[in-house]
Design a protein around this ligand. Structure first.
Ligand SMILES: Nc1ncnc2c1ncn2[C@@H]1O[C@H](COP(=O)(O)OP(=O)(O)OP(=O)(O)O)[C@@H](O)[C@H]1O
Ligand SMILES: [Mg+2]
Length: 213
């Protein structure tokens, strides 16, 4: 598949600051004359928002396999209708979570069969992988404390055991590979933004030029 855009994904456990970071990071991009397409998972299309509602409803829980496929249905629709066309037309896409979240939560957290999760995830993404993944490292205790302090309504994954969240965090901490960069999620927001922006610029200096004049 030909691609000319640039795909940046924010990952990390609950409360690590992804949704807080994404707006200011997008603003830095705009200041360097790049207008990113911003998406969050699960969601972003009608079908994906319906899947999101089904997934996050604590009153009507679904089992681990149904959960996997609801996330992947949402991702498949988002990739097909927004992410793939945007990248193909040369746009920068900035996403709050992507396929790595499914590995962390459904494969490692829920202990689903890795071969199943990886194959199904690959189908949902059409093989599209991020050019840059920023993982915000944070302990589950601090993440949960932040969510509680902010009065966030806890969804089904938030309510999972500390043991579940520890597995998720350990998995995130160990991820490495091309295009994967870890950031210290315990930094104050302005310092985290600066660190993230430096990494983004270094990853694609020809895309994110510093604005002049
Ligand atoms: N760098 C930071 N330092 C301190 N507190 C922060 C920081 N970033 C975010 N917070 C606070 O932590 C809480 C969770 O942040 P946020 O919603 O951005 O996390 P998230 O990674 O998107 O979580 P989730 O995976 O549950 O969506 C919010 O109350 C936010 O104000
Ligand atoms: Mg968030």
């Amino acid at each position: 598949m030909t691609r000319s855009g640039f795909f940046v994904v924010l990952e990390g456990p609950e409360g690590s600051g992804k949704s807080t970071l994404i707006g200011p990071l997008a603003q830095r991009m705009r200041e360097s004359r790049v207008d990113p397409i911003i998406v969050r998972e699960p969601g972003g299309t009608r079908a994906a928002e319906i899947a999101r509602q089904a997934l996050l409803d604590p009153e009507h829980p679904v089992g681990p396999v149904a959960e996997l496929f609801l996330y992947l249905a949402a991702r498949a629709d988002l990739v097909e209708t927004i992410i793939q066309p945007a990248l193909a037309s040369g746009r920068v896409v900035l996403s709050d979570r992507f396929a790595l979240s499914t590995e962390a939560y459904q494969m490692v957290g829920r202990r689903l069969d890795p071969a199943l999760v990886r194959a199904a995830n690959h189908a949902a993404t059409q093989g599209i992988t991020p050019d840059l993944t920023l993982i915000l490292d944070l302990t589950p205790e601090v993440g949960q404390a932040r969510q509680l302090a902010a009065g966030k309504r806890q969804d089904r994954l938030d309510r999972e055991s500390l043991e579940f969240h520890r597995r998720v965090v350990e998995y995130y901490l160990a991820v490495e590979g091309e295009g994967v960069r870890h950031l210290d999620g315990s930094l104050p927001p302005d310092q985290l933004l600066q660190a993230a922006w430096s990494v983004v610029q270094a990853a694609a200096p020809s895309v994110f030029r510093v604005a002049v004049g």
